[in-house]
Design a protein around this ligand. Structure first.
Ligand code: FE2
Length: 255
């Protein structure tokens, strides 16, 4: 399994501050069945702006340390970009990393709501041949009935990534409800841990997958898991148009 949203690199954002924690997180991820991690440090103007050369050097050091520890976890690099007016131009200037150099860019919006400039941003990115992946839309504070707005995002070419912690209730009841709604309406294309540490935001995925299977069935969850590999290797992804509630058909299919 590939985890494509994960703050594994130490000392670059609000993830781990020590490399020892990064190593422990890598061990936990591997125990969960994760074989590859796209490390996605925050990129936020005025707050998190890391030199890309430094990130690559830290990746190399961490790979070496994992090798020494016998932890067979593959590491890749990207950014979780806080979407703003300049995101598209920063990308064209090479200051932002897509996921493993692919045509997919992980973007987050404020939890307080989707900003009005998002239409222009998404349009510019798509115009540059970049497909935006919206990080944890379920964490944006909005009533369930307003989640239909994401149908429009998807129809324009965006993908939606929900956090595993939202499915297991780590992010509160409302995020849990929104995660369930989005999954059951076929609007979740990717799941990822968004791990930050080994205590409050761990790299856990298994429990979330088994809960998601109960909501939408094994076939849908398998497709979501496999899609992360398509993003990593920059393959095209096939998605269904967002639609009516999906129910788990696991038992029906086994009869
Ligand atoms: Fe994140």
């Amino acid at each position: 399994m590939i985890d494509l949203h994960h703050h594994l690199l130490w000392g670059v954002d609000d993830g781990p501050s020590q490399m020892a924690t990064s190593i422990e997180m890598a061990r936990m991820a591997l125990d969960e069945g994760i074989t590859g991690v796209i490390m996605t440090p925050h990129h936020m103007k005025g707050r998190y702006e890391n030199d890309i050369g430094d990130l690559k050097e830290k990746q190399r050091v961490l790979e070496e340390a994992l090798g020494d520890e016998g932890i067979d976890l593959k590491l890749y690099l990207g950014h979780e970009v806080y979407g703003d007016f300049d995101t598209a131009s920063e990308l064209s200037q090479g200051r932002i990393l897509t996921l493993n150099g692919s045509g997919y860019l992980l973007i987050e919006f404020p939890f307080s709501g989707i900003p009005p400039y998002e239409v222009q941003l998404v349009t510019s990115l798509l115009g540059q041949g970049i497909r935006p992946i919206l990080a944890h839309p379920e964490r944006i504070q909005m009533p369930l009935k307003d989640l239909k707005i994401f149908e429009d995002f998807i129809n324009r070419g965006c993908l939606l990534q929900v956090n595993t912690g939202s499915i297991t209730g780590l992010n509160g009841k409302e995020a849990w409800q929104r995660a369930k709604y989005l999954l059951q309406h076929g609007m979740v294309h990717l799941l990822a841990t968004d791990a930050h540490n080994t205590t409050t935001r761990k790299p856990l995925i298994r429990e979330a997958l088994s809960r998601a299977v109960k909501w939408v069935g094994e076939g849908e969850v398998d497709t979501i898991v496999a899609r992360a590999g398509d993003v990593l290797w920059d393959r095209g992804v096939r998605i269904n148009p967002p639609g009516s509630p999906k129910k788990a058909r696991r038992f029906l299919l086994r009869m």
